[in-house]
Design a binder for this molecule. Sequence first.
Ligand SMILES: Nc1ncnc2c1ncn2[C@@H]1O[C@H](COP(=O)(O)OP(=O)(O)OP(=O)(O)O)[C@@H](O)[C@H]1O
Ligand SMILES: [Mg+2]
Length: 449
Amino acid sequence: MAEKILIVEDEETLRESLKRVLSHEGYTVDTVNSAESGLKSIEEGNYDLIITDIILPGIDGIELVRRVREKITDQAVIVITAYASLETAVGALRAGAYDYVAKPIIHEEIKSTIRNALKEKALRAENLILKKQIEGRYDFEKIIGQSKVITSLIDEVKKIAGSKSNTLLLGETGTGKELFARAVHYNSSRRDKPFVPINCSAIPDNLLESELFGYTKGAFTGAVSAKRGLFEEADGGAVFLDEIGDLNLSLQAKLLRVIDDLEIRPLGRVQSRKVDIRIITATNRDIVKAVKEGTFREDLYYRINVVTLKLPPLRERKEDIIVLAGHFLEKYSNEIGKHIKSINATAQTLLTNYLWPGNVRELQNIIERAVLITDGDTILQEHLPETLQDTSPFPCEALEKAFSIEEYTKEFILRYEPSYGEQALADMLGITRKSLWEKRKRWGISKKK
Ligand SMILES: Nc1ncnc2c1ncn2[C@@H]1O[C@H](COP(=O)(O)OP(=O)(O)OP(=O)(O)O)[C@@H](O)[C@H]1O
Ligand SMILES: [Mg+2]
């Protein structure tokens, strides 16, 4: 495909001769005679490279460079300076130009400058793709865990690798939903196409819509330039809608339409455009309950939920705790250049018995902190935070939400039984000794000797 070049030059002879030379080289060349119309063309056309004169009527070439750079595009800009005055050239480079050529223009010189600029641009794009591929390849390696449930989840992700089924990830906070969402994408046949994440709860509703769908210039006050929506950016790949449970009903209806028609319409545009996207979603909410209560559309729920991956909380896969802790220990020790080798037995017991309301993320943070404060080569009990020590207040807000009261009571008994007498345990739970006994019997928890 021919690379597209825009020439911004007010002097007609130069403009036309440049156009002729560059078209002859095989580039697709457009020309304008002012920076103002240049900016407009840049907005609309998809240029790989811009060549601009510095002295122009109206906005000058340096300002043009500055505005192009502000837009975070990857277009290269080459400026033409009237006399090889170093000052203007330096100003242009400082504003973000790739290079400059001096008048009178030597064709061979400008051709080679253009070639270099385009080569560098292609290299940058290639690096980006390569980096993404490498990240993708290692994604399964990034998932640590030996519990049955984690290994079978990984198997399931491998199984669905060939499909483009919309996938819903469920699980409490910090259980690895995003990690798995990436694994789903980077192990699918769409891995070379973008994975575009967006957190639905972090962005106000009206902004979220324009982020997702994009808009045309002037679609609303403040829309000074057109913007591609995330759905369009993810074309061919996947959009990861995190915290989907927080999406409002009006956007739910719009998302439903995207899934059904595979079409999106940017705000302010009349025509819609076809997109090919896989929708990966995640939530830590009880979405079935939300459907029952009418805050989440049932039809949408079925469409995003073709494949469900349920990530269990850490306390339900205790065998992963020490493995994960070891992984994070190595990671953070390497990062800060300490040689911490192990976690001692007491600390390991504390880690294993804790209920991890913040799941893997909480474990990760706690190990990072322990690595920071440890002087020796072993992590000890004292390097772990208060919350993990036995004296810590047990009921924590997150836990109460995550557990049913029954499960909570059971965990409580199991945890405190070794250190408290029966009466004390019953008092703490606010129940009688008799009912404590009944509960024990029902759950088959034998009384300690
Ligand atoms: N099995 C795992 N192996 C290695 N790292 C993990 C694992 N699970 C989670 N993590 C790490 O824990 C952190 C939290 O994971 P992630 O962001 O995927 O959780 P989440 O479920 O999306 O949480 P939230 O609901 O709060 O957004 C991340 O840094 C992630 O890399
Ligand atoms: Mg997340």
